[in-house]
Design a protein around this ligand. Structure first.
Ligand SMILES: [Fe+2]
Length: 332
């Protein structure tokens, strides 16, 4: 029950309690008071409507039953010597149920139409976002196909690690999209840095590190990518605070970003690079084991380790076309 529904239910209960109390306290001595009882009997429709707004048909019918019991108890109590003296009053019970049923159905169909409208808007926003991300990936394919292939491998492993660490479905989708575009900022780096065949100078390293903030800037105009940009912005942060660009540490790094970093490092170590030959999977894991808890998240690394162990020698990179191959790979 969301806060609005809870408010409507509380309000329905308050209305029912106040009306019932007034019924029992008013007495039945004069004709004028009898008129007030008729008004109060009519007002029992208010809690029925409120309950229908909160819980649709179920709320309308339950509230109709509750106010019917209260109303019946009032008639039997207040006219206990002649309960059939005002038989017409019993008709109100039928009215409560008709109102509860009708209001419940109306609210349900209004809620369904609203859900349909929201769904259309959500899907159009999502397709807008996917188009924007696809555009970025197309630009990456043209500028640096190795980085695109690396990103696909990272996405493939990251999703598996994410699922194993218990990320929910939404977080896993965010993780996958963030992994695909995590190095998109490299498209804006100059060729002498991006394609350098050898170690970068200090100045070039500083420029290379800017790819994180460049990527965030490239995602900013694409509506709906705020969460993805946040993950991308943290993909080089380390648990011990030694990463970049902000030097975030521990839990201040988003869980998806912690997983992305482990997948990124694992993919980078097992790919051919301008500055190293690819490591075998076991060697990469042994190397990363020494970094767990400081440079890479320990829980995400443990998940990667168990995945490799369970894979029985099969590659974690699901698409054979994107598995590490000959040729120079992307720079981490
Ligand atoms: Fe990166």
């Amino acid at each position: 029950m969301d806060p609005e529904q809870a408010y409507q239910v509380r309000s329905a209960l308050a209305w029912a309690a106040v009306i019932a109390a007034a019924h029992f306290l008013l007495g039945t001595s004069t004709h004028a008071v009898h008129g007030l009882h008729i008004l109060l009997g009519g007002l029992f429709i208010v809690p029925v409507l409120k309950a229908a707004v909160a819980l649709e048909l179920r709320g309308g019918l339950i509230a109709a039953a509750v106010v019917s019991v209260l109303y019946l108890a009032h008639i039997l109590w207040s006219w206990r010597n002649s309960p059939m003296a005002n038989q017409d009053q019993y008709a109100m019970i039928g009215v409560y149920f008709v109102v509860g049923l009708s209001a419940g159905q109306l609210v349900r169909s209004a809620n369904f139409r609203k859900w349909q409208r929201d769904e259309v808007i959500r899907r159009s926003r999502q397709s807008e976002m996917v188009q924007g991300l696809t555009g970025l990936l197309s630009a990456l394919a043209v500028r640096d196909a190795d980085t695109l292939a690396h990103s696909r491998r990272v996405a493939s492993v990251a999703v598996k690690i994410g699922v194993r660490t218990g990320l929910d479905a939404d977080a896993t989708v965010r993780l996958r999209l963030a992994a695909l575009v995590h190095d998109i900022g490299k498209t804006r780096l100059s060729d002498d840095i991006l394609f350098k065949n050898g170690a970068l100078t200090e100045e070039q390293t500083a420029r290379m590190r800017e790819h994180v903030e460049i990527a965030v800037g490239m995602l900013r105009p694409i509506a709906g990518t705020e969460d993805i940009a946040r993950i991308v912005s943290m993909h080089h942060e380390c648990p011990d605070g030694s990463g970049y660009p902000k030097g975030l540490a521990g839990d201040s790094i988003a869980p998806e970003a912690r997983v992305l970093r482990v997948a990124d490092v694992f993919a980078a170590l097992t790919e051919p690079r301008p500055y190293h030959t690819p490591l075998a999977v076991d060697d990469a894991l042994a190397h990363m084991g020494g970094l767990a808890g400081t440079k890479v998240d320990a829980a995400a690394f443990a998940a990667l380790n168990s995945l490799v162990h369970d894979s029985g020698g099969r590659s974690l990179f699901e698409d054979p076309e994107t598995a590490p191959a000959a040729g120079l790979g992307a720079r981490a």
